[in-house]
Design a protein around this ligand. Structure first.
Ligand SMILES: NC(=O)c1ccc[n+]([C@@H]2O[C@H](COP(=O)([O-])OP(=O)(O)OC[C@H]3O[C@@H](n4cnc5c(N)ncnc54)[C@H](O)[C@@H]3O)[C@@H](O)[C@H]2O)c1
Ligand SMILES: N[C@H](CO)Cc1c[nH]c[nH+]1
Ligand SMILES: [Zn+2]
Length: 428
């Protein structure tokens, strides 16, 4: 069961260790991923077909499913799921569309105007996980902002099913997003394929999407060649609970992330010892009925509880940990918001389950894990855009700024820089 620590007793070193997310086999995973990515780089499709046999247990006759077949598969989904996907699509679209903003042009000096314009990354690769659970919700979370941003070429990779096809829900989302095809490739090999290109899979400029440790390690590895959204690995949740929390709700939220995989993290930081006992009991009770109880139990075993004396201490730990998801299971959540420094996405109060954001409220569920929330944001329309700066100088502008640039260029000993100003000033 969950290990329990008292925040007051934790040394700096212990806090670092609790926040590190290191695993004993990290080096092994890295070297496996390196081998996979290198063999995709050298052997292309041959390697992809061989990895599909090895990891996905399928002999593929084609590395992709085209638009027509996707449409046929999409027709097979039950109407209740179709309606739920449609609602999620609309909410995610609405929230992300509002992120498109035009910036004002700024006149920094009379006649000197500077501004930024957004342009979509032209070729993007989306990874849709499909190992232990197929995640059509991730397809919505990546495909919708990519479309809103205006990306020209969208390459989609997801592991094949054992029949060599793709899940019907994934097919339905691909029709909603008007995708041409879905490539049947998973894991580190999918990341390698999108980074270097193969005979079948186009090379992209930026790779997006979550995945297991293999996928995430591969994304980190290919960064010399291609940009990535962020490291978005095994799911994490940190719940801060005080005496106003509902222990059954807290247990449900912890288990929701624990069921993603045995390497998920489900951390409770509570300010009441009674609450801790009640949450542990509720976890034991709820686990019994979960189809993925073995996975969830293992993840819970790898996680821990911290007793903090007050909400400030709890928030200090949370900021050090930088969780992918932070749930404030307290009626007093408003007062805590200003002290949140590091978190991927935050869920406020006792009636806001993380599952709402995972599927349908509108926010993006592709979020930084392993402490990367200290420096990265989750996926948004911005992640698919580059901001290009522009400037224009009139004759007046050149006269106003000229002397400053000449002096600075001189100070740096860069005469040609200075001349580019002087030669123009002579003309106006
Ligand atoms: N951070 C986020 O935003 C976010 C969002 C959704 C999901 N997730 C996480 O994504 C992950 C999905 O993992 P998954 O495994 O279900 O699907 P996945 O698609 O990420 O990985 C499946 C692939 O992993 C590869 N693989 C499996 N075992 C391997 C081995 N021994 N050696 C080499 N490659 C191997 C195979 O190619 C397989 O197709 C979960 O950990 C989940 O928590 C994170
Ligand atoms: N919790 C995951 C992000 O860590 C996203 C997800 C997809 N489906 C269910 N949950
Ligand atoms: Zn989830």
């Amino acid at each position: 069961m969950l290990k329990l620590y008292n925040y007051k007793d934790l040394t700096e070193q212990k806090i670092e260790e609790l926040c590190s997310r290191k695993a004993e086999d990290d080096n092994l995973i890295f070297s496996r991923v390196e081998n996979i990515v290198n063999s995709v780089k050298t052997d292309g499709d041959v390697a992809l077909l061989s990895y599909a046999e090895q990891f996905d247990k399928v002999k593929l006759s084609s590395l992709f499913i085209g638009k027509e077949e996707l449409a046929t598969l999409a027709k097979q989904i039950p109407s209740a799921v179709k309606s739920a996907i449609d609602v999620a699509y609309q909410n995610i679209y609405k929230f992300h569309e509002a992120q498109l903003k035009t910036e004002a042009k700024i006149e920094t000096m009379p006649g000197v105007t500077c501004w930024r314009e957004a342009r979509a990354v032209e070729k993007v690769g989306l990874y849709i996980p499909g190992g232990t659970a197929v995640l059509p919700s991730t397809f919505l979370m990546l495909g919708i902002p990519a479309k809103i941003a205006g990306c020209k070429e969208i390459v989609v990779c997801s592991p094949p099913q054992s029949d060599g096809k793709i899940n019907t829900y994934i097919a339905y989302v691909s029709t909603l997003l008007n995708m041409e095809k879905v490539y049947l490739v998973g894991g580190a090999q999918a990341v390698g394929a999108m980074a270097f290109g193969t005979e079948t899979i186009p090379k992209v400029h930026k790779i997006f999407g979550p995945g297991n440790r293999y996928v995430t390690e591969a994304k980190k590895l290919v960064q010399n060649t291609v940009a990535i959204d962020m490291p978005a690995g095994p799911s994490e949740v940190l719940v801060i609970a005080d005496e106003t929390a509902n222990p059954s709700f807290v247990a449900a939220d912890l288990l929701a992330q624990a069921e993603h995989g045995i390497d998920s993290q489900a951390i409770l930081v509570a300010t009441s010892k009674q609450m801790i006992d009640d949450v542990i009991l509720a976890i034991e009770k709820q686990l019994i009925d979960l189809p993925r109880k073995d996975i969830a139990a293992k993840a819970i075993e790898n996680s821990y509880i911290i007793y903090a004396e007050n909400l400030n201490e709890a928030m200090d730990f949370s900021n050090a940990y930088a969780p992918e998801h932070l749930i404030l299971a307290t009626a007093n959540f408003e007062t805590l918001i200003p002290s949140i420094i590091n978190a991927g996405s935050v869920f406020l109060g006792n009636l806001t389950p993380e599952s709402a954001g995972d599927y349908a409220s509108g926010t993006n569920h592709t979020l930084p894990t392993s402490g990367f929330a200290r420096a990265f944001s989750g996926v948004s329309v911005d992640t698919f855009l580059k901001k290009i700066t522009f400037q224009h100088l009139t004759a007046k502008g050149l006269q106003n700024i000229g002397h400053t640039v000449e002096v600075l260029a001189e100070a740096e000993g860069l005469q040609a820089h200075k001349n580019a100003i002087t030669i123009r000033l002579k003309e106006c």
